[in-house]
Design a protein around this ligand. Structure first.
Ligand code: SF4
Length: 489
């Protein structure tokens, strides 16, 4: 008995009839369809139904939908079978060649917790209090590894297949899983290392961003933090920044038009010289053609520290505000409590945290195109003075509720943080006069850390290996204990 035909009228709302009448763009048989150059949303939005961004192409069969970027690389996949968990949930492949399953997870609860309607679920353990284990369902895990079989089942170009469609099919079939892995490796090699953490604000771009390192290392080397490396804080040269930009431009290729966000790495880019930050932003804007990309409203994301914020001249923020970007700067405050700062080994004072918090508010008020956000830690085992000290800032220091200047709470524990932590989060969210969310990172660009050991000593023993040589042991990442870097790009 022949397989049932694909029901094209039901496939996707963005398969507009005008596209489907052009034979160079739309082709179908009873068993599959191909639609090229679909125009998805041009702006990232927060809605409770699935939205696709940028320009892409789609192959649909009776059982599956696969989507590909303008480099003919797979980006999204879902099954249409009954086993699939929910028809509006999907798999996304990151630039770092990891798969993420986006689940609705009960819209209200997820949005309240992370500020997004869809919850990214990872193939590896994270610090998340939310979500299930979708990769334990064979229909999901199998699709991550079997999408090439679906392509192989499409017959070779049929006599009536237009050349653009046949050409596209040949190209998507020619890209093997190993090619995608190598390309991810090349992405990490451009900056010299796989990024270990992204600013939580990058959720506003669905974590689709171009990583450009303008300074290595950080100022504090806090005892609790496993994201840190041993590099002293060192800005990159302009020459190196230009080299990265040119190599990134080549790597992203035609799909560059689907990008409109930049991550200035790595852990304290705000501490780089003012002229270097502005140079990197302006050079990137010109080289990546952000004024002309399909995705609108370019954004910059970077991390800052308490000291880099206090030392920065207001002229920097004035200049950033004039750039053709919206800029999001995430500051690691961690705690406003001396006992907690002492316990976690963060070498700053509560007084400095307080001054940095006030400065974030001033910048948020003065510059409409800049958002300063802050991170605090949360854990069952912190001193009892931690929460009251935090509330003294996020509740008592803010005269009225404000919509700008999000606060992210980072659970310290990995694997199974206690339910009390989640209860505390909702209690704090109610009290906080700024938007407050759980810190939750999808592996948008790259994937997980490649170094996973239980003991930091083991990590030290393996420091001589490059990141790509070290394999995930499926255990706690000693560099972060799952904290801050559950995205682990
Ligand atoms: S928390 Fe920030 S400043 Fe402290 S060690 Fe980690 S990356 Fe460096």
């Amino acid at each position: 008995m022949p397989a049932p035909a694909v029901h094209f009228k039901q496939i996707r709302p963005d398969c507009r009839p005008e596209n489907m009448t052009d034979p160079d763009i739309f082709y179908h048989t009873d068993h599959f369809s191909i639609l090229l150059n679909i125009k998805g949303n041009r702006e990232y939005t927060k809605v409770s139904y699935p939205v696709k961004y940028g320009m892409f192409s789609r192959l649909e069969t009776r059982d599956h939908i696969l989507e590909f970027n303008l480099n003919h690389e797979i980006t999204h996949a879902r099954s249409k079978t009954r086993d699939w968990l929910h028809p509006s949930e999907w798999l996304k492949r990151t630039r770092g060649n990891d798969w993420i399953y986006y689940s609705s997870g009960g819209y209200a609860g997820v949005f309240e917790a992370i500020g997004e309607y869809y919850l990214p679920n990872f193939m590896y353990p994270t610090n998340s209090l939310l979500g299930g284990k979708p990769f334990e369902f064979p229909v999901i895990s199998d699709l991550c590894s079997s999408w090439q079989d679906i392509l192989a089942d499409i017959p070779d170009p049929l006599p009536d297949m237009p050349d653009p469609i046949a050409d596209w099919l040949e190209k998507v079939r020619s890209i093997q899983a190993t090619d995608l892995q190598k390309k991810a490796g090349r992405l990490f090699a451009i900056s010299g290392a796989r990024a270990t953490v992204l600013p939580p604000d990058a959720r506003h771009s669905d974590y689709n961003l171009i990583p450009l390192t303008i300074a290595d290392g950080c100022l504090y080397k806090c005892r609790f933090c496993k994201v840190k490396n041993k590099k002293p804080f060192t800005p990159r040269s302009r020459t190196d920044i230009q080299r990265q930009i040119q190599e990134l431009k080549l790597l992203y290729g035609p799909d560059l038009i689907n990008e409109n966000a930049l991550f200035l790495g790595e852990h304290d880019a705000l501490n780089a010289p003012q002229d270097l930050i502005l140079f990197a932003a302006k050079e990137s804007h010109a080289a990546f053609g952000f004024a002309r990309t399909y995705m609108k409203h370019p954004r910059i994301y970077l991390f800052g520290s308490v000291d880099s914020l206090l030392n920065a001249d207001m002229t920097l923020f004035d200049a950033l505000n004039r750039l053709p970007f919206e800029t999001h700067i995430n500051i690691g405050l961690e705690s406003h409590d001396p006992a907690t700062l002492e316990q976690i080994g963060k070498p700053i004072t509560a007084g400095k945290v307080s001054r940095a918090f006030d400065r974030m508010g001033e910048i948020n008020q003065a510059f409409p195109k800049i958002e300063m956000t802050g991170n605090f830690i949360m854990d069952d085992h912190l001193p009892p003075t931690h929460i009251p000290a935090m509330l003294a800032l996020v509740r008592d220091r803010i005269p009225r509720p404000a919509a700008k200047g999000s606060i992210y709470l980072s659970p310290l524990q990995f694997g199974k943080p206690s339910r009390e932590v989640l209860y505390d989060f909702y209690r704090l969210k109610t009290a906080c006069r700024l938007p407050m969310f759980l810190l939750y990172h999808p592996a948008a660009l790259a994937g997980r850390h490649t170094i996973y050991f239980n003991e930091e000593e083991q990590y030290e023993q393996n420091r001589h290996l490059s990141e790509n040589e070290i394999r995930c042991h499926g255990r706690i990442c000693c560099r972060c204990h799952g904290f801050r870097c559950s995205l682990g790009i």
